[in-house]
Design a protein around this ligand. Structure first.
Ligand code: NIG
Ligand code: FE
Length: 415
């Protein structure tokens, strides 16, 4: 069915000339059209413009559904380029430990954290995984997300990593959300490899990567390159092996220390490096001129009470910045991208325009979909949302915590 959304108070983040991402000073600009229409045809954005210029020829189609958006705005769907939303169970007990003063690293050392999820992951069936993740996907759709990257990494054995990746592959076919999957075998070191980490890295390289790649179960490869997890040397070896199978990296880097993760990510032409709490001049220098999207995960820093990545400094230095949810049971139990947009302004001092770019076109780039999503542009996927009545687009980050999305449209279908 075709859809005409008319009387749109403001159509936000429109593009005549599509860009793959925006960097530096350009992040403070977004294009909008007041009193606009948007025409959706065959799941794609067909046309948009001012109501005054709406051509009646375009609405002769008897099959067209007309939506009157008087007082409401239309945005491109959020792209959430970093999540772990396929997981076996919530971990609120560790959250209580955190309140009582334990750090993320201390919890991990006691066998909590990622290893706790890995234990539960061995028990759960693939069907249960798909079912629970689908509920979370439906939830984030209601908050305006239209594309999401999902990682493995709670398996940590070949068999269980494959189970997670198969679950993600099934979600790609049943959910209307555009999904990209990432193999994260190097998320934590399983207890039995504690005294010989290199042996686990060998297992990832010699066994996991070849089967994941030959079954075409992953679009990208990730490594948690940080203090207490995987070293630069481990990361170098894993990314090198992934590269031979055409797996482009997206790296967890510099969350706990100046780990060298950013530099090794750039060295392997990573699509993104993510977290970035510990980013200094050397890291900014390494990122400048690269094709790697620096991606900040405000939810994790907020939830874990970590230092905030120097987003302002990065943008002022000319870098692009993306912001994603990191939706996972340990460090960021929320996939609400409207909240991420608010945190972009409240915690990182991004203007609303910078925040919108960081959560739409730049996250689209960070998951390899910016040619088809991340802005309102003719020919892109009709993944958009209509807001409730709101006074200005700046109201989106300002009125934090509430759901301002009224209607989500994915692939041209009302959800
Ligand atoms: O992105 N930093 C590493 N991994 C996840 C946390 C996953 C978990 O604790 O379950 C993250 O924050
Ligand atoms: Fe993560």
């Amino acid at each position: 069915m075709n859809i005409l959304i008319k009387n749109i108070k403001e159509l936000v983040q429109v593009e005549e000339q599509p860009k793959l991402m925006v960097s530096g000073a350009a992040m403070s600009e977004i294009q909008t059209i007041k009193d606009a229409y948007l025409l959706i045809s065959d799941g794609l954005i067909a046309k948009f413009g001012k109501m005054d210029d709406l051509d009646t020829e375009d609405i002769l189609d008897v099959e067209i559904k007309v939506i009157d958006a008087m007082g409401k705005m239309v945005f491109p769907s959020f792209c959430d380029s970093h999540t772990h939303l396929v997981y076996p169970a919530s971990r609120e007990i560790e959250y209580v430990d955190k309140i009582n003063g334990l750090s993320y690293e201390e919890i991990a050392k006691r066998g909590g954290g990622i290893l706790n999820s890995a234990k539960a992951m061995q028990q759960i069936s693939e069907d249960e995984l798909v079912e629970s993740a689908l509920e979370r996907l439906n939830e984030i759709v209601r908050y305006g997300t239209g594309a999401v990257e999902i990682k493995s990494g709670y398996g940590l054995t070949t068999e269980t990593e494959l189970k997670m990746l198969r679950a993600i592959k099934r979600l790609k076919t049943i959910s209307p959300v555009t999904i990209r999957s990432t193999f994260l075998g190097a998320h934590a070191i399983p207890a039995q490899y504690k005294s010989d980490q290199a042996e686990y890295v060998d297992l990832i390289i010699n066994e996991m990567i070849p089967v994941v790649a030959s079954a075409e179960l992953a679009d990208y490869i990730d490594v948690f390159c940080d203090r207490g997890f995987f070293s630069v040397e481990d990361t170098d070896r894993i990314l090198n092996a992934g590269m031979k199978y055409g797996l482009r990296p997206k790296i967890h880097a510099n969350e706990l220390d100046f780990s060298g993760g950013i530099q090794v990510g750039v060295k392997y032409n990573a699509l993104s490096v993510d977290h970035l709490e510990y980013t200094g001049d050397d890291e900014i220098e390494a990122l400048l001129g690269s094709a790697t999207m620096p991606t900040i995960l405000p939810g994790a820093a907020f939830f874990l009470n970590m230092p905030y990545a120097p987003a302002r400094k990065m943008i002022d230095a000319g870098l692009p910045v993306a912001m994603a949810s990191d939706f996972n049971p340990g460090s960021s139990p929320s996939g609400n991208m409207q909240l991420i947009l608010s945190m972009a302004s409240i915690l990182y001092r991004l203007t609303p325009e910078e925040g919108i770019n960081a959560t739409t076109i730049n996250t689209a780039y960070a998951m390899g979909v910016s040619g088809e999503m991340g802005s309102i542009c003719v020919g892109k996927k009709a993944n958009v949302f209509i807001t409730k009545p709101i006074p200005t687009y700046q109201f989106m980050p300002y009125y934090y915590g509430a759901n301002k999305v009224e209607t989500a449209i994915l692939n041209g279908e009302i959800q």
